[in-house]
Write a protein that binds this ligand. Structure first.
Ligand code: AR6
Length: 184
């Protein structure tokens, strides 16, 4: 499936299937753990591709609470920065939706603060943390669209999905959001 690009005000929201570690955006987002240690999933892949200096810098960042975001350099990655955020473990608290939304919002806020113009996200919490992809896609895309409408500085947000199925789910959700009353 080719990449899908939607215009939101003066910014682009792109959905692709791919590997986040190869993205040439200014920043990529890591679905991290609270200790900011490499772990598995997308986080393990990002740490392997960035090299050991990323782990060293992460040790100095003081961990990360659920919904917060921290920033580091990208080292051997094509991206200059990695923004680390910890999504919710699905079902652990009644605030899952708010926590997941905060992960996206605080990552974007960190990007704005650092003059980052393009950023790639993985589907936070939908792997090891067990958040159902459809529900997560609604939170992710609504939060990103809302942010782009209020903050014109970020020109490209790319959602990098790891499977055709996840890409299709995000695409369906995005079309539903953009076609819903009040969105035109
Ligand atoms: N590029 C893009 N997406 C990927 C990649 C990749 N290279 N690899 C996996 N995904 P997960 P979580 C997708 O489990 O649920 C770690 O151990 C994957 O298919 O990485 O937030 C951390 O240390 C899924 O759709 O993150 C934490 O302990 C999505 O990325 C915990 O896992 C997120 O899956 C975080 O769990």
């Amino acid at each position: 499936m080719p990449s899908i690009i939607y215009e939101i005000e003066d910014s682009c929201l792109e959905l692709i299937k791919g590997d986040i570690t190869t993205q040439k955006t200014d920043a990529i987002v890591n679905a991290a753990n609270k200790a900011l240690s490499p772990g598995g999933g997308v986080s393990g892949a990002i740490h392997r591709a960035a090299g050991p200096n990323l782990r060293e810098e992460c040790r100095t960042l003081g961990g990360c609470k659920t919904g917060e975001a921290k920033i580091s350099k990208g080292y051997h990655l094509p991206a200059k920065y990695v923004i680390h955020t910890v999504g919710p473990v699905y079902g652990e608290s009644p605030d899952d939706e708010l926590c997941l939304s905060n992960s996206y919002k605080n990552s974007l806020y960190k990007a704005s603060k650092n003059n980052i113009k393009s950023i790639s996200f993985p589907s936070i919490s939908t792997g090891i943390f067990g958040y159902p992809v459809k529900e997560a896609s609604e939170v992710a895309l609504n939060t990103i669209i809302d942010y782009l409408r209020k903050h014109p500085g970020i020109k490209l947000v790319r959602m990098v999905l790891h499977s055709d199925e996840d890409l299709q789910t995000y695409k369906s959700t995005l079309e539903k959001i953009l076609n819903s009353p009040g969105q035109q």
